[in-house]
Design a protein around this ligand. Structure first.
Ligand SMILES: O=C(O)CCC(=O)C(=O)O
Ligand SMILES: [Fe+2]
Length: 281
């Protein structure tokens, strides 16, 4: 069992700060144009194709869908995952929809920080969860958006992978989270379709271990260096910082991209950031 910690002077910490600052000041693209839809069925067909090509589908309905139609759209793409955690019940609707922001954050926060106003560091959703229970897709619908801040960051796995050396890749293929016996390795899949399962821990120490049956030894220094290189590559690979508008629905493939978010500026209570989220298997 080993531990990864960081100092604020480390190159990966500087890369993180730099990317968050550039995304907040609109130096990173706001995302590809979204096609306009009226019918959930048409949007779902296009989303399946876009997800297969790019790992992301951007669907513009012009105005937020009723929650039941949002569920109908998501359910055409996968199986909605019920919200079980008690700590988020105040923000849950219809058992599968989580309200992020829009006032729901005031009475509690989800364990992954998704409902808070602070920046959300890049992550795979449920990074420690065994693969068969890890969300496959994330569906987000904007109800209202602030004029600034709260941009969703995307970092494609393929770009991250290319920034890592062969040695770092093979180390990451052998490492997994220490505290969860069935966690996937931080990297898996072929070079043509690499898949990461990792959440940037920020300043919190991360305990890792060499996965069972992983073969060759990994020492503490090599593992910690590979994790630092991964974090640096994640932030260097952010290619888009989505600007939300009401009625925009974005579906993300959790096996193709890391996601995160810049800090939410809630200066004006009349135009708060409010997204609805459904996670899909
Ligand atoms: O608020 C966002 O933009 C993304 C939040 C998030 O990470 C999530 O809902 O899983
Ligand atoms: Fe997330």
């Amino acid at each position: 069992m080993f531990q990864f910690g960081e100092t604020s002077l480390a190159p990966h910490a500087r890369q993180r700060d730099d990317t968050l600052r550039r995304a907040s000041s609109s130096c990173i693209s706001g995302g590809p144009p979204a096609r306009r839809y009226r019918h959930v069925g048409d949007a779902a067909v296009d989303a399946v194709n876009a997800l297969a090509c790019d790992g992301i589908a951007m669907l513009d309905f012009g105005a937020p869908l009723e929650t039941s139609r949002f569920i109908e759209l998501a359910a055409r793409l996968g199986r909605p995952i019920p919200l079980r955690s008690r700590s988020i019940q105040h923000a849950a609707e219809h058992d599968v929809v989580l309200n992020l922001g829009g006032g729901f954050e005031l009475s509690g926060t989800s364990s992954d920080g998704a409902t808070s106003a602070a920046p959300l560091l890049l992550h795979t959703e449920e990074s420690r969860t065994p693969i068969d229970r890890q969300p496959r897709l994330l569906s987000l619908m904007c109800v209202s958006a602030p004029p600034h801040g709260g941009r969703t960051l995307l970092s494609p796995f393929g770009r991250v992978f290319k920034r890592l050396s062969p040695g770092q890749r093979s180390t990451l293929r052998r490492i997994s989270y220490a505290d969860h016996s069935a966690s996937p390795t931080l990297l898996r899949g072929p070079a043509t379709r690499p898949i990461f399962a990792f959440r940037d821990p920020g300043g919190t120490p991360l305990r890792w271990r060499v996965a069972p049956r992983a073969g060759l030894r990994v020492d503490a220094t090599a593992g910690n260096r590979a994790i630092a290189a991964l974090i640096q590559a994640m932030y260097a690979s952010v290619h888009c910082a989505l600007v939300w508008r009401p009625g925009l629905i974005v579906i993300l493939d959790n096996r193709a991209l890391f996601h995160g978010r810049t800090g939410v500026e809630q200066t004006d209570p009349t135009c708060r950031r409010h997204l609805k989220r459904i996670r899909l298997l």
